[in-house]
Design a protein around this ligand. Sequence first.
Ligand SMILES: Cc1cc2nc3c(=O)[nH]c(=O)nc-3n(C[C@H](O)[C@H](O)[C@H](O)COP(=O)(O)OP(=O)(O)OC[C@H]3O[C@@H](n4cnc5c(N)ncnc54)[C@H](O)[C@@H]3O)c2cc1C
Length: 398
Amino acid sequence: MSKSNSLNGSSSSGIRYGPEMRILIVGGGIAGLTLCALLEQRGFSPTVVERAHKYGNVGYVIVLWPSGSKILKGIGLYEDLKKVGCDFGDYKICDYKGNSIHTYTIDPVVEKYGPVISVYRPDLMNVLSKGVRKDSVRMNTALKSLEETDDDITAYFSDGTSGTYDLVVGCDGIYSKTRSEALGKAEISYSGMAGYAFWSSPEFSEINGITEYWGTGKFVKIWPTHNRLAVFVSVRTKPDISNTPEEKIKNIQEYLSDFGGVVPDIIRNLDDPYGIYYTEYNDLKISRWSSGRVVLVGDSAHAILPNAGGGTSMAMESASVLTEELCRTDSKYFPQAIRQYEARRKRRVDKVLNHSRFIGKFFLTDSGPLSLTRNYIMKIYSSRQIFRYWDGILSDAL
Ligand SMILES: Cc1cc2nc3c(=O)[nH]c(=O)nc-3n(C[C@H](O)[C@H](O)[C@H](O)COP(=O)(O)OP(=O)(O)OC[C@H]3O[C@@H](n4cnc5c(N)ncnc54)[C@H](O)[C@@H]3O)c2cc1C
């Protein structure tokens, strides 16, 4: 990002308050649309630029903890979420052969805080889209660069246009252009784990909820949605392994050749290599989420491993906290509001991020003896104990 100094250091058009503040949101994903909906509800008129030319059917299932889903209550979209989402249900763990280790119920969390909801990501995007004005999101428009002065910040876009704002909020995901423009290169950490995701037939569902098969350094999660199963195969692996569409099926077959239960049936039915999505599990922990007139929200600031399912709820919470802070600031004194936002969010997000790293190491250990110990611990662990961590997060102040 280039920076130039103005002569007088004050805004030529005066200080802009709340609704008058010119806010650009880069990225119309989960964090961007949540932030836009919350700000519009409070009378702001943010502009969202989204790189994709349309929201497609990309993505699988996302889990929304009550701290995330209740934000939709405030926007008036909770009933819409309930129509497309599923209750989390039970959580069954088996060993890799399919022998049951334990079936947990999430009821202790639900009783205290409300439903934990699984939702197909494109369905959640549709719900969030209803909360923003039609003309707020400029599709097919990517941020290219930023230029900041003492008074404002100008954003340059892929379609050749530009705009000048009081604040730019980067909601553009783990590989954020906003972040690299404002804060430079950030270290994205590879966890040593990667995963395949694909859809399968609902007939392989064993319970009303999630079933997991735990092996050594590999793990299968079977997650029912309305009329099909999302299947996630997570493995310990080196980065950058070859995974052409044809190799994907072969790799999955090899990884899971000794698995039992419904896993062999699921693999036998796996015939569309182009429907299998492969991704390395990366996360991002950075010490600063802001610089000058730029602030980050969601994965651009705190990308969390998918192991514990907290990333989307944390992104929505961050959008909600930033909204509160922006409601009591202006175009001149906003740095204090941004400091408040970071102070309110960092400790909590770091806790979830660290937990997701621990869960990854524990669930996906590649040591045989540790796998056996893990399975034994899970046998004697109660539902209350396994969800104690989320109880702590959900009872904490935002
Ligand atoms: C297409 C897609 C599918 C996903 N599927 C799943 C899933 O199945 N399960 C799961 O747990 N998580 C999934 N995720 C990740 C999940 O949405 C996020 O981890 C989490 O919800 C935090 O959301 P976010 O808004 O911070 O980031 P994201 O949801 O990643 O949204 C970032 C948005 O920014 C846009 N963008 C990026 N660069 C620019 C730019 N330069 N200019 C303008 N816009 C830009 C992207 O197109 C995207 O819409 C998916 C993300 C995407 C983008």
